[in-house]
Ligand binder design. Structure first.
Ligand SMILES: [Zn+2]
Length: 372
C-alpha cells in the first residue's frame, strides 16, 4: 500500500515536470522545429568506403599489344610520354644485324628509325668498322609505357645498340635471351681499352653522322674517352651525351620525323660538352678519393613515394586511337626465324669478339677519325 502511494506521487511529479519542459515527449514534427537533427549519412562511414577504382596503368594496355597499329606512321608525344602509330618491325635478322631479346617484342619503331638502324648496320659493315649490330630494344609494337625498364623509348624514335660486335654466326632464340653485352668500363671513371676499341669509336661516330640522329646517350666515362680519342672538340661530339648506365650499349635518339605533328623533339644539345665530361671526371675522382666519415647517428632517410604509373589520361589523346586500331598485317614477326638451339657449352663461344679482318684496321680508323 505504502509503495503504491509513493509511486503514485512520483508519477504525478514526473508528469508535472514533463509538462514544464517544452518539446519533451512531443511528437517528432514538433521536435524538429526546435533543433534539426543531423542529416543521416548515406552508405558506410568515409573510412570504411572502398577507394575509387584506380585507372589501368597505360603500360598494361600497350604491353599487351603484339602487333603495330594499322595506321599512318606517326610518333605521338614525347620520348617518355607518348606512343607510336603505324610502327614498323625490324626483321630479327638482316645482312648486318641481329635483334636481341626477342621475347620482349620490342624490335618495332617508326619507319625512319628502323631504316636508320639498317643503314647504320650495313654501312658500318661495308666500311669494315663493325661486323654487324646486335640490336637491343627499340619499342613495343605501339610504343607507349613499358611493363619493364625504360622511361623513354615510347614513341618509336629510340634504339639501344649494343657495343658488343655481332659474331659471325646467327644466334639462336635462347642465346638472344641469355647472351650478355660486354661492359665498356674498367671502373667508374675509365673505359676498358680491351673492349673499347677504335672500332667502337668509329661505330659511335658513324651513328652520330646521320642527320636524323639528334643525340646518343653513352656512359660519361665513354663520352670522355670519345672526346679524348677524337683529339679535341669535334662537332660530332655535340650529339654524344653522358648518360648514367649505358656502358653496354649506346642509346640512339632521332628527332621527330616529318609527318609527326604531335611529336615533340628534345632539341639540339648545346656545345660538345667535352669540358663537362672532363669536369665530371675530376669531380667524381675527387669524391671517390675523399675519405668518408661516417656520421655517429644514422639519419633515417625518408623513403620517396614512387610516382604513380602513367595512365591513358596522361598520354596524348591520339594514343587512344592507336590502342583501338586494327593490327598491322604481314608475316609473323618472330616465327620461322628460330634456329635449332645451340649445344650446351656454346654460349661462351657466342660472345667471343670476332677476329679482326684485314678490313678492320683499328689504328687507321682512329687516325682517320682524329683527322676529321
Ligand atoms: Zn635506351
Amino acid at each position: 500500500m505504502r509503495w503504491k502511494r509513493t509511486s503514485g506521487i512520483i508519477s504525478a511529479v514526473v508528469g508535472m515536470f514533463v509538462l514544464t519542459i517544452p518539446g519533451a515527449l512531443a511528437p517528432p514534427a514538433l521536435a524538429q522545429t526546435a533543433a534539426a537533427p543531423p542529416i543521416p549519412e548515406l552508405g558506410p562511414p568515409a573510412d570504411k568506403r572502398p577507394a575509387p577504382a584506380k585507372p589501368v596503368p597505360a603500360k598494361k594496355l600497350f604491353g599487351a599489344k603484339t602487333r603495330g597499329a594499322a595506321l599512318k606512321a606517326r610518333a605521338i608525344g614525347y620520348y617518355s610520354r607518348g606512343c607510336l602509330s603505324g610502327g614498323q618491325w625490324l626483321p630479327v635478322d638482316g645482312p648486318a644485324w641481329q635483334a636481341m631479346r626477342l621475347s620482349r617484342n620490342r624490335n618495332w619503331g617508326h619507319p625512319v628509325l628502323v631504316d636508320l638502324v639498317k643503314r647504320l648496320a650495313t654501312e658500318a659493315k661495308a666500311a669494315g668498322d663493325w661486323p654487324g649490330l646486335l640490336v637491343g630494344d627499340l619499342t613495343q609494337p605501339r610504343g607507349g609505357p613499358m611493363l619493364t625498364g625504360h622511361a623513354s623509348h615510347q614513341v618509336g624514335l629510340d634504339a639501344d645498340i649494343w657495343l658488343t660486335p655481332m659474331p659471325d654466326r646467327r644466334f639462336t632464340y635462347t642465346e638472344r635471351e641469355r647472351v650478355s653485352a660486354v661492359s665498356m668500363l674498367k671502373n667508374t671513371l675509365e673505359v676498358n681499352e680491351k673492349v673499347f676499341t677504335p672500332n667502337v669509336v668509329a661505330l659511335i661516330k658513324r651513328a652520330a653522322s646521320f642527320k636524323e640522329v639528334e643525340r646518343i646517350g653513352v656512359n660519361p666515362a665513354i663520352k670522355l674517352a670519345l672526346c679524348r680519342a677524337a683529339g679535341g672538340d669535334k662537332p660530332w661530339l655535340g650529339k654524344i651525351q653522358g648518360w648514367r648506365g649505358h656502358h653496354y650499349h649506346m642509346h640512339i635518339r632521332i628527332k621527330c620525323p616529318p609527318g609527326s605533328d604531335s611529336c615533340r623533339s628534345q632539341g639540339k644539345p648545346k656545345g660538345t660538352s667535352c669540358a663537362v665530361a672532363e669536369k665530371w671526371y675530376a669531380d667524381t675522382k675527387a669524391w671517390m678519393e675523399k675519405p668518408k666519415t661516417r656520421p655517429k647517428t644514422k639519419k633515417k632517410r625518408k623513403k620517396r613515394k614512387p610516382k604513380p604509373p602513367l595512365t591513358l589520361a596522361d598520354l596524348p589523346q591520339a594514343c587512344r586511337d592507336v590502342l583501338a586500331a586494327d593490327d598491322l598485317g604481314g608475316p609473323e614477326p618472330i616465327k620461322n626465324v628460330l634456329l635449332p638451339e645451340a649445344k650446351p657449352g656454346r654460349l661462351s663461344a657466342a660472345i667471343a669478339v670476332p677476329r679482326p679482318t684485314p678490313a678492320m684496321r683499328p689504328l687507321e680508323i682512329l687516325r682517320r677519325s682524329q683527322a676529321q
